[in-house]
Design a protein around this ligand. Sequence first.
Ligand code: PMP
Length: 423
Amino acid sequence: DLAAANTDLATRRADALGGPLSPLFYRRPLEVVRGEGPWLHTADGTRYLDAYNNVAVVGHAHPAVTTAVATQLARLNTHSRYLHAAVVDLAERILATMPAELDTCLFTTSGTEANELAWRLATEYTGGSAAVIAEHAYHGSTKWMADLSPNEWPAGHRPAHTATFEAPHGPAAGLTAEEASRRIAATTQALDEQAALVLADSQFTSEGILDVPGEFLAGLVDGAHAAGALYLADEVQSGYGRSGPHLWRFVLSGVTPDIVTLGKPMGAGYPIGAVVTRREIADVLARRYEYFSTFAATPAAAAAGHAVLDILQLTGLPEQAVEVGARLRAGLRALAEGEPLLGDVRGVGLLAGVHVRADGEAASRDVARSLLELLVGQGVLAGLTGAGGDVLKIRPPLVWERAHADLFVDRLGRALRARRERR
Ligand code: PMP
C-alpha cells in the first residue's frame, strides 16, 4: 500500500543519500509528485497548500516558465562561453532593477556559488580575509560558506576568520545608525585579520525573520566601509519581489550594498544565481583571474530567468505579495491575540514569521514542531526557522491570494485547537 511504499522510499533514500546528512521535512516525509500554482500534490492524492516554497516564486509549474525552458532546451542548451543574446539581455534586465552604481552581473548556478564568488571578489578587492556575519546566518553549503553560516556551526565551533553581530528586532530596538556602525567597526577591529566582507540576509530569515530597522542596516554598511570591508546583501531568500514592488528587500532598508547575491527563485527551479556588483570590484578580480562556471546562465537557464522576470514585472505579483502579506499578518496577529502559544508576528510581504512560545514543560521549539506537524495534517506545508527553531516560517509562492492567506490562518487556528484537545 501507499504508506508502506512511502516508508520504503524513505528508507532507500536514507541508505543511498547519506542518511542524516540529507534530512527531509516533516515526521512522515512527503512524496510530492505534482505542483500547480500554490498547491502541491502527493503520491497518495492529497493536495497541500504550499506555504514554504520560494523557488516556485511564480507558482508551481507555471506554463510560461515551462514553455520557455522546454522551447530553449529543444533548440540549444550549452555552456556559457558562447555569445547568447538571452544571457546578455537577462544581465541587463537584472541590472536595470538595481541601484545605478551596481553595473555588473556575474552569473552562477546557485546561491552558495554566488556568495562564494562574492567572497572571492571581496577578498581580492579589499585584501582582507575575514568576514562579519549575523549570529545565526546561513549563506551556503561550500566549505567557505559553511564557515560563514553560524547556523550550521557545530556547538563550540567558530572559524577564526569570522565575527558575528546580533541583529536587533523591531522599531523598539532603538539603535541609531552611528551606534550600529560603531559596533560593527569594533567587531571588525577585534578580528585578528582584516575584514573583507560584512554580509547579511536582507530579511534576517534564519535569525527568525527579524524586522531589523533600516538604521541598523545603514550602520552595518557604514561600519563595513569604515573597516575597509564591502557590504553584501544576500537576497537569495528575501529577494525577487517577495517584499514588494521593488524586487529587492534591501531597497526597503534604504541601503546600497556593494554586492548583491541572487539565487533560489531566479529560474523558478531551473538552477541559476547571480552576483551583482560594481565594475571596479569585478575588475580587481579580473586583473589576476578569470571567472567561468560551466552552467552559469546556459541559454535554458536564461530562458527561465526571463520568464520569471516577465511574470513578476507584468502581472503585479510583487504588489500582490504586499497586500496578501499584510492580510496574512493581520490574520495571524488576530489569532495570536488571546493565544498564549503565539507571540510576535514578523516580516514583510510574503515572508512572514510567527514566534511560538513554550507551553509548560514543552519547550518553544517542541511546540513549534508540533504545530508544524499538525499543519501538515491540516493540508498546509510551512517551515520553522530562528535561533531557537521556534518561529513558524511562511514563505509561499507569490501567487498566494487573500483566500490562501485566510486559509493558512484558519488552519493554524485548527492546529492550535487540535493540540489543545490532544493534551
Ligand atoms: N543564502 C541564503 C540567505 C539562503 O537562504 C540560501 C539557501 N537556503 C543560500 C544562500 C544558499 O543557496 P543554495 O542552496 O541555492 O546554494
